[in-house]
Design a protein around this ligand. Structure first.
Ligand SMILES: *[C@@H]1O[C@H](CO)[C@@H](O)[C@H](O)[C@H]1NC(C)=O
Ligand SMILES: *[C@@H]1O[C@H](CO)[C@@H](O)[C@H](O)[C@H]1NC(C)=O
Ligand SMILES: *[C@@H]1O[C@H](CO)[C@@H](O)[C@H](O)[C@H]1NC(C)=O
Ligand SMILES: [Ca+2]
Ligand SMILES: [Ca+2]
Length: 652
């Protein structure tokens, strides 16, 4: 925080703001530090000063440990040690092992890492019945404008080109042809698949594999090849990889969204328990070689978990966004979750983070999928399976050189988005992590997306941007995002305004809504003035006799109402509640934040419940200056034109 006096240049501010965010998020993440009572054989060892890897190796060896290397973002002060003989998981901390390490005068602290559960999104894989076709190279440098890929599975890739096959809706797709026709195919962009490994010998992947940026954190070697199981459980990462970067016109499987882009494999899901150190090192791996990180996993989707990134992981994400891609910021793409109506993705701290782009899915006729979660932090959507016709899954590469037509879940949606962002980054390599989010908001389309159960409608926010609680700002449109990326001017600096907080406890009772208000000038006149919103966080501490029956709504001064927490039928927590949990909404994007913000808390239950809203802090993120000043809208009715007009009409 002392950075304020250093320099008033935008860069310093960016660093300052993110640091504040980080503190906030860290505070917020502390309640999730609870564990299921499992401890791994991994230790976070913090030295009293920086040491090099060799020195760390020596010290580890002296005490019967193996040094797995420095922790990302620790400047050589923190290392990941693994004990050679401790079992991978035990129910109690091993005090003797911590003591042995702490006795070393070089070591400041040693913390045995709790193990926790992280699950892949998507349904259980079915073993592919369809075999890969023999490789037949047809690589020629012909003008491909308007020409469809010749790959045998391309006609099954309705999410790339929906011709109405299998009952789909014509033109309800990612509109990739319009990007490819501009010569944009993902060249020079690397997407990392953080998952259970990637079959990098697959003939449709191997030429686009970036070995230099890949790593295996599940077994600590540079070869993230999936571990064999009879049921092909570890096919998830390979399937995701093909969606992004499967090669074109080679006679094998289909094509990736960005078929000339590169894939890095980061194997990190395949060990008995996840640790903070594995997640952190994965998300901070090679941040200048990797542009986009795609994650199709997270806390259990059982509708009662409230969990998110722990300390080291949070630090790695913040560092990636702040410093990755040589300062432009890494793009983290996240599957919003497969918990269906029972879950709310705002309770998943990865999907709900401002630093990730969380992606939901629609099926081939525009409905939401039955497994889709809804939440106000989702930014946009892509496509996945769920229609009655079994041939409407996601066609992509599969293990051992094969192809599949049944990739599924929001798992399959996130990599499609990563592919679209790879196209945007080829079109304009200097886009920042925030530019990508703005471009997503402005170019995603409502198309014909709708809620199958008619609960969530398309609504216009205060500056004319249409959003839906299920789909965010709509389905990604590769042609539009590429076109706009080419003329994009980077958005002005981002600020972080702590707009106010209410810190005395208010009771919530069944049958009545509790309303709280915060009136704000959004830090006007200060160094952190926010006039044009991006993300808004309501950081909330609350408890309830049944947490799952609690609902929360946040209404902006311009009247946009976000449901920041919906009822979760399975969540029977009555003790923990929410402790400084950062509920996030994207729905007020572009709005002016000055005025009165309203929080509504109520129980959705026939049975009497009681609870307390203990604390609410409102945090506004966005820019002081209008974000789209230097841009000329291509069409008069585009979202850009609408928001720009709204911003120009506003007298600041
Ligand atoms: C690819 O990226 C490298 C390094 O960032 C750069 O030197 C090179 O010119 C780029 N190539 C293309 C085709 O854009
Ligand atoms: C995580 O960070 C918080 C706040 O900085 C701190 O209180 C807590 O002890 C940390 N947890 C671990 C396991 O290091
Ligand atoms: C909920 O919070 C209120 C207000 O702080 C407190 O009095 C009450 O004991 C809490 N209930 C539980 C179950 O923690
Ligand atoms: Ca192919
Ligand atoms: Ca979830």
């Amino acid at each position: 925080m002392q950075l304020i006096w250093g320099s008033l240049s935008g860069l310093w501010f960016l660093i300052l703001l993110i640091t504040v965010d980080e503190l906030l998020a860290e505070k917020a993440s502390s309640p999730v530090g609870k564990h299921d009572g499992v401890f791994t054989s991994s230790f976070l060892v913090r030295f009293r000063r920086s040491v090099d890897n060799k020195e760390a190796h020596k010290i580890a060896g002296e005490h019967g440990f193996e040094n797995l290397g420095p922790l990302v973002g620790s400047n050589g002060q923190e290392y990941h040690f693994k004990h050679r003989t401790l079992p991978h998981a035990r129910s109690r901390r091993s005090l003797p092992h911590m003591r042995v390490l702490k006795k070393n005068p070089m070591i400041h602290t040693a913390i045995q890492q709790p193990g926790f559960i992280r699950v892949k999104r998507g349904l259980r894989p079915v073993v592919s019945s369809i075999h890969g076709l023999p490789y037949s190279s047809t690589k020629t440098h012909v003008d491909r404008k308007g020409v469809e890929p010749s790959d045998p599975y391309f006609p099954l890739q309705w999410y790339l080109k929906n011709t109405g096959q299998n009952g789909g809706k014509i033109r309800l797709d990612l509109n990739v042809q319009a990007a490819w026709d501009q010569g944009i195919t993902g060249k020079n962009v690397t997407t990392a698949i953080m998952d259970d490994g990637v079959d990098y010998m697959h003939p449709d992947i191997k030429y686009n594999y970036n070995a230099e940026a890949s790593y295996d954190f599940s077994s600590n070697d540079p070869y993230p090849y999936p571990r064999y199981t009879d049921d092909w459980f570890n096919s998830h990462g390979t399937r995701c990889a093909g969606e992004v970067a499967a090669a074109r016109d080679n006679g094998i499987c289909g094509v990736g969204v960005a078929y000339d882009s590169k894939i890095a494999g980061i194997r990190m899901l395949d060990q008995p328990y996840m640790t903070d150190l594995i997640e952190a090192n994965s998300m901070g791996h090679e941040p200048h070689k990797i542009h986009i990180y795609s994650a199709s996993w997270g806390p259990t989707d059982d509708g009662k978990t409230v969990d998110g990134p722990r300390n080291a992981t949070m630090r790695a994400i913040v560092q990636g966004v702040n410093e990755g891609r040589n300062g432009l910021g890494n793009i983290y793409v996240w599957a919003s979750g497969d918990g269906g109506e029972e879950d709310d993705c705002n309770c998943d701290g990865y999907a709900a983070s401002m630093w990730t782009i969380s992606i939901n899915s629609a099926i081939n006729d525009g409905q939401n999928a039955h497994y889709d979660e809804s939440c106000s932090s989702t930014l946009a959507s892509t496509f996945s399976n769920g229609a009655k016709d079994p041939n409407t899954g996601v066609a992509t590469t599969d293990l051992y050189g094969k192809c599949t037509t049944t990739h599924s879940g929001t798992s399959a949606a996130a990599p499609e988005a990563a592919g679209v962002f790879a196209l945007a980054l080829e079109a304009n390599p200097i886009l920042t992590w925030r530019d990508i989010q703005h471009l997503t908001v402005l170019t995603s389309k409502r198309n014909s997306l709708f809620d199958a159960k008619n609960r969530f409608h398309w609504t216009m926010n205060g500056v004319g941007l249409e959003f839906n609680h299920l789909f965010g700002f709509g389905v990604l449109d590769a042609g539009s995002i590429v076109t706009l990326s080419k003329q994009w001017k980077s958005v002005p600096p981002r600020y972080h305004c702590e707009a106010g907080s209410i810190a005395d406890a208010h009771p919530i009772v069944t049958g009545h809504s509790l309303f709280l208000e915060i009136k704000t000038d959004s830090c006007k006149g200060s160094d952190t003035e926010v006039n044009y919103l991006e993300h808004v966080q309501a950081v909330i501490t609350a408890n309830a006799s049944r947490r799952g029956d609690l609902e929360l709504f946040l209404t902006s001064p311009m009247g946009t109402r976000s449901m920041i927490l919906s009822r979760r039928g399975n969540d029977d927590d009555y003790r923990d509640g929410f402790v400084k949990w950062p509920f996030m909404t994207t729905h007020t994007w572009g709005e002016y934040p000055q005025g009165t913000w309203k929080l509504e808390a109520r129980f959705n239950s026939h049975v009497p419940r009681e609870g307390w809203l203990i604390e609410w802090s409102l945090v506004l993120h966005g820019s002081k200056d209008p974000p789209y000043k230097g841009l000329a809208p291509i069409t008069p009715h585009s979202k850009l034109a609408i928001v720009k007009k709204a911003h120009e009409d506003k007298k600041m």
